[in-house]
Structures are given as structure tokens and as C-alpha cells.
Design a protein around this ligand. Structure first.
Ligand code: NDP
Length: 353
């Protein structure tokens, strides 16, 4: 079967041929329809994030997938059911995090991540997975199901952010998303129904499809070259929620300045080992005296996938058409992983329903 993988010592993904997997007991065989590409895939290819499966000379990429159950293999799933796989798997025996259904809370060394860290991903014509990690989704997601995994990360991040504000009467009117990549834009769309005013920060000139999308959603585009994050309260307004999806390390600290009293910042980006000076004392004081919170959030689990389905279903129909700008067949791997100014979200299509 066809698969897209990066080989050890190589720095670009390639189309390879590998045997179709046989499901182990408890696993189902899934025929892949579509797999999305995101910033994490590029970090995996560069070798700055994740790692190869033990003993393998290649890693099959992809963690944002939607597929159809080809062979339920005696599991509770039915053939033909549309499913979206979760990402984390136990490294051997299930740890307490997996046993209690919270693998997203496991430390990185206590889990594998399909397509990212220590396990093959879903960018192949078929993949197998324990049925318990395959989330059944409605048929309407056959083409847009690749957005469920990224949106599930936002569902978890917001759940944790809101939980941190649940001990008092939290007034939330204004939200700022840092980053106009696919994750930032998905989140911006999600926040429209919860905040009166929304903003999204990028660093691009017009005309640009992400700025068009931001404005079509009804949000305000903030250019970080003109208005750094810390200046946002003075130029626009202080924020009740800041959602960071740039991976730019300074934004973690600038977020404290952007937050209103009682606000919460949630960080999702994955920076490198950047080192820089920060006004530590002032920021510490601002956190404490303003009852502000900064939290980090990674990955998601089944409830978040279910919530993501609901959130995506509630978005306007035009949104996914404008977000998914490019769809390629597996043979066009070079084009799929290249960048283009008018590209937002790229998807590899292995098959259709
Ligand atoms: P992208 O790299 O596609 O998007 C990042 C966006 O941030 C880009 O549009 C980029 O602009 C913008 N950006 C970066 N630096 C700045 C800056 N200084 N000022 C303004 N804009 C900036 O990634 P994704 O959207 O796929 O993901 C976002 C981040 O979240 C990544 O770091 C990714 O690794 C991480 N991630 C984390 C998850 C989690 O569970 N914690 C899950 C999924 C992703 P431009 O394009 O113009 O360069």
C-alpha cells in the first residue's frame, strides 16, 4: 500500500510502498480517506519534534486522519463506520493515565504519539488501531473529519482554561488568538459563539487568505509587526482569554501583559530552545495581583474529539471550504509539503467515501 513517510537521515517526506497492516486482536483495520498536514508534521520532518518508532528506518507521518472501518476484526465497531483516530498510545503496558482515560495528561515519556513520536502515523492507505482509540463520527465528516483532531486540542485547551476560571463569576467578552495558522483559525472560528469581540494576531501583509478568513468570521486582524502582543491592551483592549498558537516563545510572557484582570492565557505552541530576557518580577506581580492564569495544554482525548465534532458542526458551511485550501493525492507529496502564499490547510486524500 502507499504511505507517506520520512526516512532516517532524510529531511523530506516521500511516497513509499509498505505492506498493508493486519489488525491484532482488539484492533480494527481502517481505510484512510484523508489526512491533514499541520505545523507539528513539519517539525517531525525537520527532526525538531518527536522521533522514529523503535527499530524502524522510517516514520509514517500524519496524525489528523479520517477513515472508514474496513475490518472491525471482532471489535464493537461496524464495517463502513466513519472514524477519527486519537493520537496517543501507551508505550507498552497501559499506564495509569491510559487506564483512567486521560492519556492526554501523561508525561511525554509515558506515551507514544502516532505520526509524531515513536509510532507510525496515519498517512497510508490503511492503518490499524485499537478500536478504543477510534472515535465514531457522523458521515457528514467524510471530507472535513481531518479538522476533528486539531479542534479536539482546542476543546481540551478551552476546557482547562475555563476550569481555571470556574471558581468565580468570570466576565468574558474579548478573546485574542495568537497565530493565523490552521490551529489558530480553527480556534478563532470556535470562539465566535462565546466572545463578543475576537482578535487574531499574525505577521502578514494583505492580500492574504488568512486575513480574509479572520475578517469574514467577524474578528479583527492584529499585525504583530505593528502591534506586539504586549501592546494589544493599549491599542485594542485587554483580553479575557488569550489562546497562543504561534510557537513563538516570547508570546508566552507577552500574554501576561495582554490579559485583563482575571484573564487566562492558554499556550499550545511548541517553541525551540529560545533564550531571552523577561521582566520576570513585573510579570510575576501582574499575574498575582490580577488573578491572572497561564496554562499549557497538549493533546486531547475522546471526549474532546466528541466536543470537536459538535463545534465543527456548528460552524458556518463556508468555513471549512476556505480553511482547507489544498487537497493532493499521495503521489503529489512534494507539492503537498511545500508552502504557498495562498495555502492555509493542506490535506492528502487517499480515498473517498
Ligand atoms: P503553523 O505553524 O501553521 O501556524 C503558526 C502561525 O503563527 C503561522 O501562521 C505564523 O505566521 C504565526 N506566527 C508565528 N510567529 C508569529 C509572530 N511572532 N507574530 C505573529 N504571527 C506569528 O502551526 P499550527 O497552526 O498548525 O499550530 C500552531 C502551533 O501549535 C504550532 O507550534 C504547533 O506545533 C502547535 N500545536 C500544539 C498542539 C497542542 O496540543 N499543544 C496541537 C497542534 C499544534 P506565518 O505563517 O506568517 O509565518
Amino acid at each position: 500500500m502507499k504511505a507517506i513517510a520520512v526516512e532516517r537521515g532524510d529531511s523530506r517526506p516521500r511516497l513509499i510502498d509498505k505492506p498493508r497492516p493486519d489488525p491484532d486482536p482488539g484492533d480494527a483495520l481502517v481505510r484512510t480517506l484523508r489526512v491533514g498536514i499541520d505545523g507539528t508534521d513539519l517539525e517531525v520532518i525537520e527532526g525538531t519534534h518527536g522521533g522514529f518508532p523503535a527499530g524502524s528506518d522510517h516514520q509514517v507521518l500524519g496524525h489528523e486522519a479520517v477513515g472508514v472501518v474496513e475490518d472491525p476484526n471482532g471489535t464493537a465497531l461496524e464495517a463502513g463506520q466513519l472514524v477519527v483516530p486519537t493520537v496517543r498510545r501507551p508505550p507498552g503496558d497501559a499506564t495509569e493515565y491510559f487506564r483512567r482515560g486521560e492519556p492526554d495528561m501523561a508525561p511525554p515519556e509515558e506515551c507514544l504519539e502516532r505520526g509524531i513520536d515513536g509510532a507510525h502515523g496515519y498517512m497510508a492507505e490503511y492503518f490499524t488501531s485499537p478500536a478504543t482509540y477510534l472515535v465514531p463520527v457522523p458521515d457528514a465528516f467524510a471530507t472535513t473529519g481531518v479538522l476533528i483532531e486539531p479542534m479536539s486540542n482546542t476543546e481540551k485547551a478551552l476546557e482547562h482554561a475555563y476550569a481555571s476560571r470556574s471558581a468565580f463569576e468570570w466576565q468574558r467578552d474579548a478573546a485574542l488568538v495568537l497565530g493565523n495558522g490552521p490551529l489558530g483559525l480553527l480556534t478563532l472560528a470556535r470562539l465566535q459563539s462565546e466572545f463578543e469581540r475576537t482578535y487574531c494576531l499574525g505577521r502578514r501583509d494583505r492580500p492574504d487568505p488568512t486575513i480574509d478568513l479572520i475578517e469574514r468570521l467577524g474578528a479583527t486582524y492584529v499585525d504583530s509587526r505593528e502591534t506586539p502582543v504586549a501592546d494589544v491592551p493599549a491599542v485594542y483592549e485587554p483580553m479575557d482569554l488569550v489562546y497562543e498558537a504561534t510557537g513563538y516563545a516570547r508570546h508566552a510572557f507577552d500574554t501576561i501583559d495582554a490579559l485583563d484582570q482575571n484573564g487566562v492565557g492558554v499556550l499550545l505552541g511548541l517553541p525551540g530552545d529560545d533564550e531571552f530576557d523577561v521582566a520576570g518580577g513585573r510579570l510575576h506581580r501582574r499575574l498575582v495581583l490580577g488573578n491572572r492564569a497561564i496554562i499549557g495544554s497538549v493533546n486531547s482525548h475522546i471526549d474532546h474529539f466528541d466536543a470537536a465534532c459538535e463545534s465543527l458542526a456548528a460552524l458556518p458551511d463556508w468555513f471549512s471550504d476556505e480553511l482547507i485550501t489544498d487537497t493532493f493525492e499521495p503521489a503529489a507529496v512534494d507539492d503537498a509539503f511545500s508552502t504557498a502564499p495562498d495555502r492555509i490547510k493542506t490535506v492528502i486524500e487517499f480515498d473517498s467515501r
